[in-house]
Design a protein around this ligand. Structure first.
Ligand code: TRP
Length: 352
């Protein structure tokens, strides 16, 4: 009897994620991404981590070439300032590892148009003028699948909004394995979505995501903001006039209050119920200063380190260069094997 279920992937576990190189990083990136990468890195005996700056993804919309390099260094600085250790985690620019773009082309020929037509992020980003978007913006999730599978990554820490791209990655891996008769060759990577404040909202509008593209700088806490700026932004954060509720249900129709409580919970690493046990019944006149103090205390070491790295681009460049070499050493053999599986010519002497 033949076994109908294909053999599962049997290779090593690897963690991989990326942040797009477009604009300054803020508290949402820190709580939703950076701090979780650090926790994964610091897991004793955990799998190796690959963390990159997605500059190939950044140019799916226009980027000023003079700024792109600096933005790449800024994200690398944020990785380092948050506590990622280049001795344990591989930190590199995506464009410095050609395997990403090579594998993306092959995956463009594996993925189906119908799959990409369903991607909600493209619909949001292209807006009303789909026909004027770059082709790269459309095929963005295919490049993301290549980022992940070029390393046979098994665990991908991302925010909720990236779940659909991870599903697409699994579909591509599965179809590749089937089409080329290689069951279990690519892993089917799992999103790692956890933690209370994976979605930090704007300080001016509790229904909008905290975003680097928001016109108001008061809407976000940047990782380069100093202590006074952080405190001032929290003081000016939009709220309602009611005191904080005693239980989480009381936050339901109060998006601004819910956001500030979620930020407190994430920074203090406690759940929202615990925050409300401490502050329920109190007004924002009490809660905001407490939140400001906590945010300053937690973010000060990060923003100080960040400014130190930004003042020393040569040090950041050394990290990126060493990371790119290490990343290539992992991704190149995998993508070489993909090319052989697909049937690309490799000259004589390869036995094929
Ligand atoms: N699309 C991701 C985001 O916007 C960034 C990203 C690019 C990524 N490639 C990736 C995340 C690969 C995880 C794995 O957040």
């Amino acid at each position: 009897m033949s076994d109908p279920s294909p053999p599962p992937y049997a290779g090593p576990e690897r963690v991989l994620s990326g942040i797009q190189a477009s604009g300054a990083l803020h508290l949402g990136n820190y709580l939703g991404a950076l701090r979780r990468f650090v926790a994964l890195q610091n897991q004793a005996g955990g799998p190796p981590c690959f963390l990159f700056v997605a500059d190939l993804h950044a140019i799916t919309v226009w980027q000023d070439p003079a700024r792109l390099k600096d933005q790449t260094r800024e994200i690398a600085a944020a990785y380092l300032a948050s506590g990622l250790d280049p001795a344990r985690s591989t930190i590199f620019p995506q464009s410095a590892v050609p395997a990403h773009a090579e594998l993306a082309w092959i995956f463009n020929c594996v993925a189906r148009l119908g799959w990409l037509d369903r991607m909600t992020q493209f619909k949001e980003k292209s807006g009303k003028h789909k026909e004027r978007s770059s082709v790269g913006l459309y095929t963005y999730p295919v490049l993301q699948a290549a980022d992940i599978l070029a390393y046979k990554a098994t665990h991908v820490p991302v925010g909720e909004d990236q779940k659909q791209h991870l599903e697409l990655t699994r579909d591509i891996a599965q179809k590749f394995n089937n089409d080329f008769g290689r069951p279990g060759w690519f892993p089917l990577p799992e999103p790692v979505i956890q933690g209370p404040a994976t979605r930090v909202m704007s300080l001016r509008d509790g229904l909008a995501k905290m975003s680097k593209s928001d016109a108001s700088d008061l809407s976000r806490i940047n990782l380069t903001d100093d202590a006074d700026t952080i405190a001032a932004k929290i003081r000016k954060a939009r709220t309602d006039p009611e005191p904080l509720p005693e239980t989480a249900e009381g936050l339901e129709s109060r998006p601004e209050a819910r956001n500030l409580v979620a930020i407190y919970a994430a920074l203090a690493d406690i759940d929202r119920a615990e925050v409300l046990r401490r502050f329920g019944g109190q007004g924002f006149g009490v809660f905001k200063p407490a939140l400001a103090e906590l945010a300053v205390e937690q973010l000060r070491p990060v923003s100080e380190a960040m400014r130190r790295y930004l003042a020393d681009p040569a040090e950041v460049d050394r990290v990126l260069k060493a990371g790119a070499l290490r990343a290539r050493a992992v991704a190149e053999p995998i993508v070489d094997e993909v090319k052989a599986i697909v049937g690309f010519w490799r000259g004589s002497g390869d036995g094929g």
